[in-house]
Write a protein that binds this ligand. Structure first.
Ligand code: CTP
Length: 134
């Protein structure tokens, strides 16, 4: 059985998220998704996600293409997670292109093109500006 692993925040879940997860699953038989913790997001962006960690896990876990979810507590633990789940392929969006090539000694590394014109940050900005316009 070929196992695929990928990581992300998946806050304010959108079509770009589902598309990368579906493409990831198409590379193998079993898809494992590391959903970053609220604290990890705070340390990266100095703000908490809009959706709680529990809700983000719940949404991702409910997708037909996803087999297992877990909480990604630290960016430095990626190699451990890959080994722990015995993953054959690491999938990342091409916003990370080249940044994870060093994992090719423990698994294949595959970057998918991001879906154009959508991101969580953009959705938050659109909603925020429409609230302030009123
Ligand atoms: N992703 C994608 N296409 C998009 C947005 C995200 O393929 N338009 C992918 C990312 O490359 C990543 C995964 O979805 O592999 C999770 O991305 P995440 O950072 O949670 O979503 P973003 O919308 O990029 O969030 P932000 O705007 O906060 O960076």
């Amino acid at each position: 059985m070929k196992k695929i692993i990928t990581f992300g925040t998946f806050d304010v879940f959108h079509a770009g998220h589902v598309k990368i997860l579906e493409r990831a699953k198409s590379l193998g038989d079993y898809l494992i998704v590391g959903v970053s913790s609220d604290e990890l997001n705070f340390s990266k962006k100095q703000r908490y996600p809009i959706y709680s960690q529990a809700d983000r896990l719940h949404i991702v876990e409910s997708l037909r293409c996803v087999d297992t979810v877990f909480v990604e507590e630290s960016l430095e633990l990626k190699a451990q997670y890959i080994k722990m789940f015995n993953a054959d392929v690491l999938v990342m969006g091409d916003d990370w292109k080249g940044k994870f090539d060093h994992f090719s000694d423990i698994c294949d590394v595959h970057y998918f093109e991001r879906t154009p014109s959508i991101s969580t940050t953009e959705i938050i900005e659109v909603v925020r500006s429409s609230v302030f316009e009123k």
